[in-house]
Ligand binder design. Sequence first.
Ligand SMILES: NC(=O)c1ccc[n+]([C@@H]2O[C@H](COP(=O)([O-])OP(=O)(O)OC[C@H]3O[C@@H](n4cnc5c(N)ncnc54)[C@H](OP(=O)(O)O)[C@@H]3O)[C@@H](O)[C@H]2O)c1
Length: 280
Amino acid sequence: MYFVTGATAHFGRQVVEELLGADAPVRALTRAPERAALPDGVDVVRGDLTKPETLRGVLAGVEVAFLVLQYGMDVAPLLAAANAAGVRRLVFLSSGAIIPGAERQPNVIAQYHRDVERAIEGSGMEWTFLRLLFPAINSLTFGMQLTGGDVIRAPYTKAAFSAVHERDVAEVAARILIGGGHEGRTYDLTGPESLTQAQQVHILGETLGRPLSVEDLAPEPVLEQMSQFMDREFLAALFGLMAEAVGKPAPVNNVIEQITGHPARTYAQWAADHRAEFAG
Ligand SMILES: NC(=O)c1ccc[n+]([C@@H]2O[C@H](COP(=O)([O-])OP(=O)(O)OC[C@H]3O[C@@H](n4cnc5c(N)ncnc54)[C@H](OP(=O)(O)O)[C@@H]3O)[C@@H](O)[C@H]2O)c1
């Protein structure tokens, strides 16, 4: 049995679909099975990663698990439940913000994910880490602005990233979950091309048939405004990562192609796959 967290959101849901497509038995964790809307055939179980008592029994019979955790979430209860259930192997969606080998990580996003990795390394289970710096789904935040016109206003529009399609992440994860053979390995996942956020908006405009343009905003007031409803330290780390990405191309590798057998999907492909989400 394969176990997936975050199964109702972008990454976990696609991992569930990839596993089902390979005829693998899947159990999905959610706090609200009644809203999960997962495909038929998935064993949907109720549990809350922040409430250890709800995790008892949810991993019974599980051999391999895919973990996505929201920033700040304690992984210890899940690892304890997994060990108790005899889970053999974990694949964790980690962060490309981690500096390999650094004793202290440079920001809270990197530190959080490295701390989770360390806990997994010490759990006694086999593990594989997928480090992702910039998922293409980050562009979904542009959608809200598109109802008001053709201009995307954002800080760091000249920051360059090699955005990764969530379907590629899921394919990589499913290959490793099912096939094994990647134990103790850490992979940096990148898209096939380095694009600034402004270039991404241009591609999005071509896909939507709209003449989209960008307006660069000063970061500080945006950070101030966003910190009213998001963790300030997390935001500061995110903004720092974007600031570092201005004026230089993002690293591109072929890890996705090596593991899946096909090139990583382009940003244009991602935009086409998400056209409907920008339409309204
Ligand atoms: N943005 C970036 O730059 C970046 C980079 C690298 C990695 N990531 C990772 O990617 C993730 C984003 O993935 P996403 O969009 O697929 O998911 P997400 O929106 O971050 O998280 C939502 C998912 O987490 C589950 N969840 C939330 N709280 C839970 C709890 N207490 N117990 C159990 N499940 C809980 C939700 O399940 P229910 O609501 O159904 O319970 C839902 O499936 C981030 O968390 C981050 O770790 C992001």
